[in-house]
Design a protein around this ligand. Structure first.
Ligand code: AGP
Length: 592
């Protein structure tokens, strides 16, 4: 999704803006741009493509202005092009705006402005903001912004600068993320914390309906009525080293290798936070797990544990479907929103809707201070550290660790089960040591056009996750399916060209899964299996066998997902694709 950066201080803004944009690249984008106040003029540079194109186009243009804004655009309204790239300006080029999110009523606003004679230069919804602010400006940028936000509908964040007040940036948050970085004689605005981490760890996370007014001397926060708001400054526990690649070719590979730590830190964090939730899951008629993408797959695994280990009926729903489903929700329900970022708008809206209907809400997030964290009744944190690769890996295993932990709350065997969980990090290490074998398999199958992923019971969500990883970073079509359902349709796809990845640990459905493998083999499908070390039966019926150490049934997902992440990674990497920023995708999806 779009990324916003802003700087005002004593140094030239340009390098800080470009550095910030690079650190926002992971959000996904198709064009980028900056606006700087140079004397009494706005200078603007935009490029389609990567930040390096923007950097190249700025060579030989030594802008020295000390206030500026920058943007990475993920197209929603209008194709990726220079004219649609941000910043956008008013007709006289005196105000520049960068924006993330969607102005839902922009067509009406645009028509009104056109009737007043405004000529639009782009197809974006953003441009209306620049014109509205210019039209409302009477010597005070904050007042003009306050007048403008009254007219805007939707979920958005934006930042604006003007030649009339060099040194000032005003930022608005309503639905999309925006944080303020507090420096010494300089201040920052950004969509996400890593963008400003090299300069400051003192951060204010804005809430919806808040406006930040920044100058080099200070930051003031207001609500949409212009009333001052007092905010706490948070000290970010991460440092820049943990947000950099540390010798790995891609963030995704680094993050795959960080999973032992992510799981260990999450369990230790939960153990040390006393009573994680001040109530029992059993107090509720049912638990509803709401999430998107990989977080949804974590929820599917959580459901098995919640129902069997905690004895509470559990539903897992896609956030984007739940919000408009009309599903009855009440105070008898516990709703847990699972989201790495805590900013996914579908999840946030769905959880908030359930809260309005009386449900108790819990945020299971990796980002402390994120919208979902702040807006839910309670929060449970994963401690995976910043995840930069668009493909979620370490946050997935951290999420399932947290879900397992919650499921054990009142289980009579809690202590034994927790000690099994504490063994998981070292077993993941063992799987990671086999990455080279998996790279060889990746090389062999990287030219295939389709993959089928199968699993039953706890391995079914892992099959879904393996397929998602492959398609999102390698652009190869992959489908995850319950192995037992295959005979009801997808079996028709199987022939000698179809690799079928089967997740088959020795669990309660092992024999059934072996039968499904036979169904694949009979139709000449190529079986790539994931199973326990020493499982000769499985090995014998597989073209490729990716082994994980044996582990108790409930914990198999922690290990079986790892070879699938590695397989997807090496296929995409060997194909020479942009693993960390796959096309069309954004790390944090802040549009509906
Ligand atoms: C995972 O690899 C994806 N990039 C994506 O499905 C992601 O899990 C989804 O957008 C949800 O994100 P969240 O956990 O931050 O809410």
């Amino acid at each position: 999704m779009c990324g916003i950066i802003g700087y005002t201080g004593g140094d030239p803004a340009l390098p800080l803006l470009l550095g910030g944009l690079e650190r926002l690249e992971y959000r996904g984008y198709d064009s980028a741009g900056i606006a700087i106040i140079e004397g009494r003029k706005l200078v603007i540079e935009k490029k389609v493509g990567k930040i390096r194109e923007l950097v190249r186009s700025l060579w030989g243009k030594p802008f020295s202005g000390k206030t500026g804004i920058g943007h990475t655009r993920w197209a929603t309204h209008g194709a990726p092009s220079i004219k649609n790239a941000h910043p956008h300006t008013d007709s006289k080029g005196e105000f520049a705006v960068v924006h993330n999110g969607i102005i839902e009523n922009f067509l009406d606003l645009r028509e009104d402005l056109k009737r007043e004679g405004v000529k639009f230069k782009s197809e974006t919804d953003t441009e209306v903001i620049a014109h509205l602010i210019a039209r409302s400006y009477r010597g005070d940028l904050l007042s003009a912004v306050l007048e403008t936000v009254e007219k805007l509908k939707g979920a958005f964040a934006f930042a604006v600068i003007t030649v009339h007040e060099p040194g000032r940036i005003v930022g608005v948050k309503q639905g999309s993320p925006l944080v303020v970085g507090i420096g010494e004689g300089e201040n920052f605005l950004a969509s996400d914390i890593p963008a400003i981490l090299p300069y400051t760890r003192r951060v204010i996370t804005l809430s919806d309906g808040e406006i930040a007014d920044l100058t080099p001397e200070g930051v003031n926060i207001y609500d949409f009525l212009g009333n001052p708001v007092t905010k706490d400054i948070m000290i970010v526990p991460w440092d820049i080293v943990s947000a950099e690649r540390g010798g790995f070719k891609h963030f995704m590979l680094k993050e795959i290798h960080e999973q032992p730590k992510a799981v260990g830190d999450t369990v230790r964090g939960l153990l040390s936070s006393g009573e994680v939730l001040p109530f029992s899951l059993k107090e509720f008629r049912r638990v509803i797990l709401i999430a998107c993408g990989t977080s949804y797959h974590a929820g599917l695994i959580g459901k098995f544990w919640f129902e069997r280990l905690a004895g509470v009926p559990t539903e897992v729903v896609y956030a984007s479907e739940f919000r408009y489903s009309g599903s009855p929700v009440s105070e008898e329900d516990l709703v847990i929103g699972i989201s790495q970022s805590g900013e996914t708008i579908d999840t946030k809206f769905a959880v908030n809707m359930a809260k309005e209907k009386g449900a108790k809400t819990v945020a299971l997030v990796n980002v402390v201070g994120s919208s979902l964290d702040r807006e839910s009744d309670h929060s449970v944190y994963t401690h995976a550290g910043p995840e930069i690769g668009v493909a979620a890996t370490k946050t997935f295993t951290a999420q399932i660790a947290a879900l397992y932990f919650l499921a054990l709350r009142e289980n009579p065997d809690r202590e034994t089960l927790l000690s099994d969980l504490m063994r998981v990090p070292s077993l993941i290490e063992e799987v990671l040591e086999k990455a080279e074998d998996i790279e060889r398999v990746a090389e062999k199958f990287m030219k295939k056009k389709n993959f089928l992923y199968l699993g039953r019971y706890l391995s079914y969500p892992i099959a879904l996750e393996g397929a998602l990883k492959l398609k999102e970073i390698s652009y190869i079509h992959a489908e995850g399916y319950p192995a037992g359902e295959m005979k009801h349709g997808p079996i028709a796809l199987i022939d000698e060209n179809m690799p079928v990845v089967v997740v088959a640990p020795q669990d309660r459905v092992y024999e059934k899964t072996l039968s499904n493998i036979e169904e694949v083999r009979t139709r000449k499908g190529i079986v790539i299996s994931v199973g326990f070390e020493g499982d000769e039966r499985l090995k014998k019926v597989s073209s490729e066998f990716l082994e994980v150490p044996p582990i108790v049934e409930d914990l198999t997902p922690f290990l079986t997902v790892i070879p699938l992440q590695i397989l997807a990674y090496y296929i995409a990497s060997r194909l020479g694709l942009d693993v960390d920023q796959p096309r069309n995708l954004a790390k944090t999806v802040t549009v509906e």
